[in-house]
Design a protein around this ligand. Structure first.
Ligand SMILES: Nc1ncnc2c1ncn2[C@@H]1O[C@H](COP(=O)(O)OP(=O)(O)OP(=O)(O)O)[C@@H](O)[C@H]1O
Ligand code: SF4
Ligand SMILES: [Mg+2]
Length: 398
């Protein structure tokens, strides 16, 4: 059995701003097992980075503040341990890769010296041994002529090479967990793929857990085991990567999939469905059909809509959606089919046009216990009508 490495439970973060309190993270739960990759996906502003910063203990505070939840790392809550212990864990057992390597690296220190410093400070190595290890590591992340380039400064490297050095910095102490926040976004497409491949290869070699934050569904298809989709500071769907691509159980996820030009989640033509979405089927992804765009923009965390935060943009919204916030329903069964107890209120099918009574509480047992992260590999959806969403997809696929 794989060990649970990171278990984030009901994490809440708010920012005090001049305009009021912004609820940037409103109860996020996700989990990563040792040696596995979780991709965290969502539009800009959905709270992906703030969640990661809170986990790493590098939240911009003030104005940010963690107002609730737990961050269990190897079973221990990082949020309640002493500052010194937390710093030690952050240095050695978990590391972060940022999008912008140029600002994350020290501009006035040669990269070899920056890497060597990690070994001197954390491993007590002599300067000479530390320098040797630094060059080995640069070589490992495929910096050409590593020994010569160790004396160069960050600005002397290309974007892709700098990102490799950033990866080397994160890998130096062989952490158990790496959080990579949009590690390839600033790079051109070919270099993106190379850097992603390197990261995936190192993750396998060192059997690390990886949290890969991205808004690019195309990037995660090959590298992730599970996906957590975030919207407006919350998780709206979690699923094993294949299940999510084949049968998304949340309209937002489906909208994201349908707005990607090439996605490997089926095998055939893209076609219109219900006049709202373009349906991708088959491994060819989108071929010739029109791309779908989710209408509107994500809400501000200062003014989250009542009920389901996605309802102003959702093509399937019903009356209940404007009133009741959907909990994370469990979507069980290996084929992505529904758990009997997890069904939305009966007669609530958007396909049938019937709406459940506003204020109807979710059915008993329909949600995981509050704050518990779904098991990696488990499925959840924060949509009252997740079952109808899956049924509609199945109807299209018949
Ligand atoms: N220092 C801050 N002060 C006030 N609000 C903040 C601060 N940092 C982040 N936020 C707010 O928190 C919300 C979540 O931001 P976050 O950076 O986590 O989004 P993200 O999902 O990482 O987006 P992106 O894809 O653009 O990186 C946003 O609405 C953002 O405006
Ligand atoms: S709960 Fe309603 S508004 Fe929210 S995603 Fe589901 S159908 Fe759309
Ligand atoms: Mg971000």
């Amino acid at each position: 059995m794989t060990a649970r490495l990171l278990d984030v439970r009901d994490l809440r973060v708010e920012f005090r701003t001049r305009d009021g309190i912004a609820e940037a993270v409103g109860g996020v739960s996700y989990a990563v097992d040792a040696g596995r990759t979780l991709a965290v996906l969502g539009e800009s502003g959905s709270g992906k980075s703030v969640t990661a910063h809170a986990i790493m203990g590098i939240l911009d505070s003030p104005p940010g503040r963690i107002t609730g939840g737990q961050v269990l790392f190897q079973g221990r809550d990082l949020l309640t341990m002493g500052a010194e212990e937390r710093r030690r864990i952050r240095g050695a057992a978990m590391a972060m890769i940022f999008q912008d390597a140029l600002s994350a690296l020290n501009p006035v220190l040669p990269v070899g010296a920056q890497l060597a410093e990690m070994y001197e400070v954390h491993r007590g190595m002599s300067r000479k041994d530390a320098r040797r290890r630094a060059v080995e590591l640069m070589d490992r992340v495929r910096i050409p002529a590593a020994a010569q380039r160790a004396g160069d400064y960050p600005h002397q490297f290309s974007g892709g090479m700098r990102q490799r050095i950033m990866i080397a910095m994160a890998m130096a102490l062989e952490p158990d967990l790496i959080i990579a926040d949009e590690p390839t976004t600033a790079l051109d497409v070919t270099v993106q793929a190379q850097v992603m491949d390197l990261l995936a290869e190192l993750r396998r070699e060192y059997a690390m857990g990886l949290v890969l934050i991205t808004h690019d569904l195309g990037v995660v298809a090959d590298v992730a085991d599970t996906i957590a989709v975030m919207y407006a500071g919350r998780i709206v769907e979690t699923a094993p990567v294949r299940d999510l691509y084949r049968r998304p159980a949340h309209p937002y996820t489906r909208g994201l999939l349908d707005s990607v030009p090439r996605v490997d989640h089926g095998g055939g033509q893209a076609r219109r469905d219900h006049g709202e979405h373009v349906r991708h089927e088959g491994h060819g992804g989108h071929r010739g059909g029109k791309l779908y765009a989710i209408k509107g923009a994500p809400p501000s965390p200062l003014t989250l809509p009542p009920g389901c935060p996605f309802h102003p943009r959702c093509p399937r919204a019903q009356e209940v959606c404007r009133v009741e916030r959907p909990p994370l329903y469990e979507v069980s069964a290996a084929d992505g089919g529904p758990a009997p107890e997890a069904a939305p209120p009966s007669g609530a099918s958007p396909a049938s046009g019937a709406s459940p009574a506003a204020g109807t509480p979710p059915p008993p047992g329909a949600t995981p216990s509050p704050g518990a992260a779904p098991a990696p590999g488990g499925r959840t959806s924060a949509c009252h009508f997740w079952k109808d969403e899956l049924d509609a997809l199945d109807a299209v696929n018949v």
